[in-house]
Design a protein around this ligand. Sequence first.
Ligand code: FES
Length: 346
Amino acid sequence: MHVPTGRVDTMGVAERLRKLVRPDEGVIHASVYSDPEIYQLELSRIFARSWLLLCPDSQIPNAGDYFVSYMGEDPVIVVRQQDGTIAAFLNQCRHRGGALCRGESGNTKNFICTYHGWTYDTSGTLTSVPFEEVVYKAPLNRAKWSARRVPRLEVHHGLVFGCWDEDAPGFRESLGEAAVYFDLNFGRTEGGLATYGGVYKWRVKANWKLAAEQFTTDDFHFLTSHSSALTALTPEDAPPFSIVRGRVFTSSKGHGGGFLMERDSFATALATTTGQAASNYMMEVELPTVEQRYGEAMANATPTFANFFPSTGYLHANRTLRSWIPRGPDEMEIWAWTLFDRGSGT
Ligand code: FES
């Protein structure tokens, strides 16, 4: 588990970072995307302390449902409990570190380590140790040797977030002034969001920050980088559309995203690229609900992309939730879920 320790020369790295990242000059040295020491510092200073997306809660609807996720490089099991609450714990046996679960998701009554058979219930509590009396001469302290629990979990708009740091601010406090944008993206309707199907996973040979930065700040690539997709999606006889007026926000805590200010032109674009039904749903159901919940100004600001620091990305236009999971300084795994408004079936 990556806890804040003196594992790397933090003073030396901090000094180097000051030279590599010079915001007043608009300069970031490319090595911040590949330096192994900086990466280790990110694991202990960022991923061990921040609120991280674990999964949509709809991924584990029933008691005993589990989903194996990651917090930085640390694998964690997220499990729905009998009372409906959610627990999460390190996917690592307290005996000699074997994996407690080798599946990716499913339903179970307990987790049995396949190395020597220590067994844990769905809350991560150690319940059984083979040959316990013979080997240890007395029952082991169950509280001491249970799986390491993720101490802080919060569910917001149907998304489960976890944090290893017991002293960190709460989830909404950590959002700061970006909380309103978090609601604008994920809390548009009363029931929050649910996932449609499972999770897509793929690896990219790039540092995790490249994806996070992209989703925090860059809307301007869209018509160029995605022109082939737009061409493929747009019927030849479709009326032309253009969307030009929008805003990008960035916050001092590292969150950011963009939104468009023209709901009518966005509806036209949605009808052209995604279908009339999607456009009708937006205009007739979604936007009136947003207006009722947050006011007209919020309803007129249609979110397009966002990243909530460090690693939770979202594309509202196609309802794609993303998690950037670091896999070393020069590789990441991207997980993507497709979401819909819970209760709408849309
Ligand atoms: Fe899990 Fe030994 S490592 S039972």
